[in-house]
Design a protein around this ligand. Structure first.
Ligand code: UD1
Length: 417
């Protein structure tokens, strides 16, 4: 078992180029199953979730070549099969192959996906959308059997702007007969990226970036190339690490379009935040205010940054009230933060954080990806040594996290325990 050992108390400073976005690349990899040819993706982050998705594509015979941050997926010749349960359970985003499989084979047989245990994560919205497109779905003892050779364009109004449901329905609709409208679609930037990528492959999607997507079914998709945008969640986590460590970090490839919602919340703390089109800087003297936070679908504050934000509030002056509105179990990492001395009380989806606490190093365990990032941030600000277990969760979304933070002046090492 690997652990990260953090010696806290060092301010993080420097300029960073943020890696490509995990939540953008995974749906594009899934979409490559729809293309009888080669998909080339650039700026692909070296993450275990990307490896898991590669293995899933490999089940169908897709050939994947990787060189540094470039990935070529050749899905010219695929064979239909059911995905082994252990592969589906590795990541939540495995469910994104549903739409592409319906497109490619007219049918799919999938176990339910896995992923971080941050809430119930049902798939009812995916089911509803697929049914409206004319897909017949049957749950046979935990396996989703679906048939949708002839999908017919229709209007789908999502009860909630789910990211995964929007992406899955979108992919199933791209080559359906006629036009599909997805209303109350999720507006996360990664959805816009998927639309742009699909349009480059020959799809016809309008309304990109808005809450209504208009998809005119096309006959053919062709292979194409796409450069994945930087990861706004990794970028936000780095800014929060500058905030909590009294540091000064510049992100040199991510700016207004992707992180203005987060930048404005960070500025409320009193930290110096400078944003322009392509860069974002946060300078902190360590004396910042606590602010309240509520997570929301985009353009609200992202749930994926709530755990590191909550960690940063332990060192803020005053009381911060954090409301997690997207995933019902996404405050569980707070019990680990308390082991470092954080004063947090959690009641359901609400955490009340009392600052400014002197955190002291201890042994803690990550049980999900972003909760793991919160523990690292707290470790950066704690006195003495913090040992973080459960590193495999963190590796799912932060490439070589210790190397990235060490380059900025942190003292973190990875070892076997
Ligand atoms: C994606 C992101 C994840 C992020 C989340 C919210 C990827 C690979 N993952 O996850 O990092 O935290 O968006 O921004 O892009 N829901 C239902 N029924 C459904 C689908 C979802 O009730 O059929 C609920 C979920 O339980 C959750 C909420 O909707 O409470 C948001 O989920 P969703 O937007 O679907 O998130 P994911 O696509 O799983």
């Amino acid at each position: 078992m690997e652990v990260l050992t953090i010696r806290g108390g060092r301010p993080l400073a420097g300029t960073v180029s943020v890696c490509g976005g995990k939540n953008a690349v995974l749906p594009m990899m899934a979409a490559s199953l729809m293309i009888k040819g080669k998909t080339v993706l650039h700026n692909v982050p070296p993450l275990s979730d990307v490896e898991s998705m590669s293995r899933i594509l490999g089940c169908f015979g897709a050939k994947i070549k990787r060189e540094n941050e470039d990935m070529e997926i050749d899905a010219s010749a695929l064979t239909f099969r059911s995905v082994p349960e252990e592969k589906m359970k590795m990541i939540r985003a495995s469910n994104l192959i549903w739409g592409p499989l319906l497109d490619r084979f007219g049918r799919a047989e999938l176990p339910y996906p896995g992923g971080c245990r941050i809430g119930l994560r049902p798939m009812d919205l995916h089911f509803k959308g697929m049914s409206l497109l004319g897909v017949a779905i049957e749950d046979r003892g935990g396996l989703i059997f679906s048939r949708g050779y002839k999908r017919k364009g229709t209007t789908i109004c999502l009860d909630y702007p789910s990211v995964g449901a929007t992406e899955n329905i979108l992919m199933a609709a791209v080559r359906a007969d006629g036009s599909t409208v997805i209303r109350n679609a999720a507006r996360e930037p990664e959805i816009a990226e998927l639309c742009l990528f699909l349009n480059r492959c020959g799809a016809s999607i309008r309304g990109i970036g808005g809450d209504a997507l208009f998809i005119d079914g096309v006959r053919e998709l062709r292979g194409s190339e796409y450069t994945v945008l930087p990861d706004r969640i990794v970028g936000g986590t780095l800014l929060l690490s500058a905030l909590i460590s009294a540091g000064d970090i510049i992100l040199n490839n991510i700016g207004f379009d992707q992180l203005s919602n987060v930048a404005s919340k960070l500025a409320e703390t009193g930290a110096e935040v400078t944003i322009d089109e392509h860069s974002l800087r946060l300078k902190s003297n360590g004396r910042y205010r606590g602010v309240d936070l509520r997570t929301m679908p985009y353009p609200g504050f992202p749930t994926d940054l709530q755990p590191p934000f909550t960690a940063a509030m332990t060192k803020a002056a005053g009381v911060s009230v954090i409301k997690e509105d997207i995933f019902e179990h996404r405050l569980e990492f707070c019990s680990e933060l308390k082991k470092l001395g954080a004063k947090i009380s959690v009641d359901g989806r609400i955490a009340v954080v009392k600052g400014r606490t002197d955190l002291v190093g201890a042994e803690v365990e990550a049980t999900d990806l972003r909760g793991g990032a919160a523990l690292i941030l707290a470790g950066l600000a704690a006195e003495g040594c913090t040992v973080v277990k459960g590193v495999s969760y963190i590796d799912r979304g932060y490439p070589a996290v210790e190397r990235c933070l060490c380059r900025l002046g942190a003292d973190i090492s990875r070892s076997e325990k």
